[in-house]
Design a protein around this ligand. Structure first.
Ligand SMILES: [Zn+2]
Length: 482
């Protein structure tokens, strides 16, 4: 009795996603500025649950929350050369106040390095101030020229998470990157999202970074989506913004810096990775409604199904579960089932007169579309167990999907064949030369995600770069990306 279908989800993913974002009331795309969308209450509740987890993790790891202004003076923005080169094509400028031109033009932050770091140079004075760890969740603006897509490629990233840290030396900055990876791993488990981490090639690192790491998930159509990045800046920004501290011996040193970034793409990944042809499938950890109760009244029945359902609702609520009783009289139960399945509510409870009579309830789980009858006393316990089981099943199913879409190849012909099916990531031995990497990107019409992180040296022994024939130094991952 398996009803789960994932045909549209896989074969018409783009249409599926675009329809669902509005049908499930995540966002409304009709706002009259391209690439800027409206968060609907249902979608925003889910996003807030993701953010609540991030705030807790930041607290746990000693990061303090700050809020910087959205406007940056041109004079601050211009201090780090690579950074300007990387972002100047996509910033929004504010040039006038009323009818008068501004003395110093202002830009809407595309990210906050250049807003924060002149302040860091005032705040960080002494080795005792380090490590210095702050973060914020704000909106940032980037004039995207590529095709926009809600939550994925937008001109206002409205839930942009960025943590910024400063350290006494390179080793402590590296420790921070490991902590970021650990936080990211806990978040990914919370979202039931399996992922891979790659060290970006030099030509694709964050503008101004020493190196960049990117975390990707596998989308239904075999393209990857970057949902997290970690950057070690070394002293690049500290030199440009004069962030210096006094060491224990009285010398003055530039601080080492890192950043860690994420956004509402996390929700896009959840929608894409776990969904099916019936709609969203939300992990219970972030679902706005974890359990919906649908009473199924019958005319002339002596049993009050709504009162019975209300009793179950109160018990679940007291157990700390986010529950909603759908007792709308004008809508048929079948229609309600359809609607809550579309919106991805993890667990549905149905009660009809016969359940009241026998002291039972029907529990339906969204991920497998399976039902079971349980006794009234067992409901709370069964709901909790079902939610745990959903988390596990979502993670396992997604992990199998990801792993089956990573293909090691040794020739460019084999790599091309993988992409002809539009399926996944290829891992190719690579000599490490930039020119070879860029040419392979061209030939494969794919992006180099980078090399597996942490590096797996064993895989390359005796292998040759298929483009130039030289000894391979790395395994390079290529994919079509969002
Ligand atoms: Zn090569």
């Amino acid at each position: 009795m398996v009803r789960i279908k994932r045909e549209r989800w896989q074969n018409e993913f783009s249409e599926w996603y675009n329809e669902l974002i509005e049908a499930a009331e995540i966002q409304d795309k009709r706002y009259p500025v391209k690439g800027m969308n409206i968060w609907m209450p249902y979608g925003l509740k889910i996003m807030r649950n993701i953010e609540a987890f991030i705030h807790k993790e930041m607290e746990r790891t000693g990061h303090n929350e700050v809020l910087f202004p959205a406007l940056i003076p041109e004079t601050e923005f211009q201090k780090e050369a690579d950074h300007i080169a990387g972002f100047e094509g996509e910033v929004y400028w504010i040039t006038h106040a009323g009818v008068n031109p501004l003395d110093v033009r202002l830009l809407l932050r595309p990210t906050s390095e250049t807003a924060m770091y002149s302040m860091f140079s005032l705040w960080i004075r002494n080795h005792a101030d380090l490590p210095f760890k702050v973060y914020q969740i704000v909106n940032v603006y980037r004039y995207e020229t590529k095709h926009t897509r809600p939550l994925i490629r937008v001109r206002e990233i409205s839930r942009f998470f960025e943590s910024h840290t400063a350290h006494k030396d390179f080793d402590d900055a590296e420790r921070q990157i490991r902590e970021d990876l650990e936080i990211f791993d806990r978040l990914a488990k919370f979202l039931a999202l399996p992922y891979i981490v790659s060290k970006r090639p030099d030509w694709d690192k964050f503008p101004g970074a020493f190196y960049s790491l990117g975390a990707e998930v596998m989308m239904p159509d075999g393209r990857t989506l970057q949902i997290g990045t970690m950057h070690n800046y070394k002293q690049n920004f500290a030199r440009a913004y004069n962030i210096k501290y006094e060491t224990e011996t009285g010398d003055h040193e530039y601080a080492h810096q890192t950043t860690f970034g994420m956004s509402e793409r996390l929700l896009a990944a959840v929608m894409a990775v776990h969904g099916d042809d019936s709609g969203l499938v939300l992990p219970p950890t972030i679902a706005a409604i974890q359990v919906v109760i649908v009473p199924i009244p019958k005319k002339d029945s002596p049993y009050d199904v709504v009162a019975y359902a209300r009793g179950i609702m109160e018990e679940l609520r007291n157990a700390g579960i986010r529950v909603y009783l759908d007792d709308r009289e004008e809508i048929r139960p079948g229609r309600k089932f359809y609607e809550w399945e579309l919106k991805g509510v993890p667990v549905r409870i149905e009660v009809g007169p016969r359940d009241v009579e026998s002291g039972e309830a029907v529990i339906a789980r969204r991920d497998l579309l399976e039902k079971e009858s349980v006794s009234r006393e067992e409901v709370v316990e069964r709901v909790k167990k079902t939610m745990d089981s959903i988390m596990e099943n979502l993670y396992t199913r997604a992990k199998e999907f990801l792993e089956s879409h990573i293909k090691p190849v040794e020739t460019l012909e084999d790599a091309k064949r993988v992409f002809e099916d539009r399926k996944g990531i290829v891992e190719i031995p690579w000599c490490g030369e930039e020119s070879c990497g860029l040419e392979m990107e061209e030939i494969l019409d794919a992006k180099m995600l980078g090399i597996p992180y942490p590096e797996e040296a064993a895989k390359i022994e005796g292998k040759k770069c298929p483009h130039c024939g030289r000894e391979a130094k790395f395994i390079a991952r290529f994919a079509r990306t969002y």
